[in-house]
Design a protein around this ligand. Structure first.
Ligand code: ASP
Length: 330
């Protein structure tokens, strides 16, 4: 009898530490980012380009990790990571944004605080260097949630944010793809959605999410996509999850994608991965809509779901090596 009891205690001692799922105890912090989804194929990308994308994603993760590991807020991490990606000409946000049909850059961004669903967004701005910071100021320093065009620009200037010549956003690469798209009358020649986004969970258990974009190539003057629309391109609620989306914005608005994922978790008890997959791999695919999301639940479980050939993406969890991925088969 005593021998049996000893055996049982020994087995319990060996196996118990492995019996919990990763989500049982919240990690101190978590961070997930994307740089857009689309036709991103290994055989169409040279090694140098691939490496520079990966390096940019690693650098963005490192910025967020430094803030979160030092006890900073998820909102600060989201804003700073996105500011970095907005300045990178590689991604379709801030500098390097795609062009409208009439050859201009018009940018959209939004941010949301999971503590109380406070949110801010700007749409169609043309001269604000960091649209994500303007979105955050709309949240923190105005009574509104969304401001557009000249009104948003005037507000950003009043707030002392950096205003630049619209030429700042123009890059040779995007201009060439604009001319190509115009010549071929294609709305999105590369079918790449280069929007950037970030979702973070801080050491206090608060989620935040943000998204910033130049929109879609050859979009009409004044067109606004899903990225600044709370519940479509961005969502954060400590009760469920944080989400940032990238893809064909019209479909993401019509399907309230980000909120739909949170609602599936709240009302049907789905995990963040199940909810994201249901919306991205089933609902959107059935409508012929392309794109993806990054998501984090309140326990720091990461989901990165996309229905395109690739998505620039990465995540960082406390005490683990950051992970960066580009292609589907990674
Ligand atoms: N969702 C963005 C928009 O429709 C585009 C993208 O993600 O690339 O404006």
């Amino acid at each position: 009898m005593i021998r049996k009891l000893c055996c049982f205690l020994l087995l319990a001692f060996v196996f118990l530490p492995f019996s919990g799922s990763a989500g049982d105890s919240a990690p101190p912090y978590a961070l997930v980012i994307h740089g857009g989804a689309g036709t991103i194929l290994r055989d169409r990308m040279d090694l140098q380009t691939e490496q520079s994308y990966r390096a940019e994603l690693h650098a963005a993760l490192a910025i967020g990790q430094e803030i979160l590991s030092g006890g900073g807020s998820s909102l600060d991490a989201v804003e700073q990571v996105i500011r970095y990606l907005e300045d990178s000409p590689r991604f379709n946000a801030g500098r390097g944004s795609v062009f409208t049909e009439d050859g201009h850059n018009e940018m959209d961004a939004s941010i949301m605080d999971g503590r109380d669903r406070d949110a801010g967004a700007v749409a169609g701005v043309t001269n604000v260097r960091h649209p994500i910071t303007a979105a955050r100021r709309v949240m923190s320093d105005s009574p509104h949630v969304m401001m557009a065009r000249e009104g948003a620009e005037a507000f950003a200037a009043e707030q002392g944010l950096e205003i630049v010549d619209p030429e700042w956003f123009k890059t040779e690469r995007r201009w060439k793809s604009y001319l190509k798209a115009k010549a071929n009358r294609e709305t999105d020649p590369d079918r790449k959605h280069g929007t950037v986004g970030c979702v973070a969970l801080d050491v206090n258990g608060n989620l935040a999410a943000g998204t910033s974009t130049g929109g879609m190539t050859l979009k009409k003057w004044g067109r606004i996509g899903d990225s600044p629309v709370i519940g479509a391109g961005t969502w954060a609620d400590n009760a469920t999850c944080g989400i940032s989306a990238t893809g064909h914005g019209e479909f993401f608005i019509r399907n309230a994608v980000a909120h739909d994922i949170a609602a599936l978790m709240e009302y049907k008890g789905l995990s963040v991965q199940e909810a994201a997959d249901l919306v991205i791999q089933q609902k959107l695919v059935a409508q012929g809509a392309t794109g993806g999301v990054i998501a984090l639940d309140r326990n720091g479980n990461v989901a990165m779901s996309f229905n395109t050939a690739g998505m620039y993406r990465g995540y960082a969890l406390a005490d683990a090596e950051p992970v960066v991925q580009v292609f589907k088969d990674e």
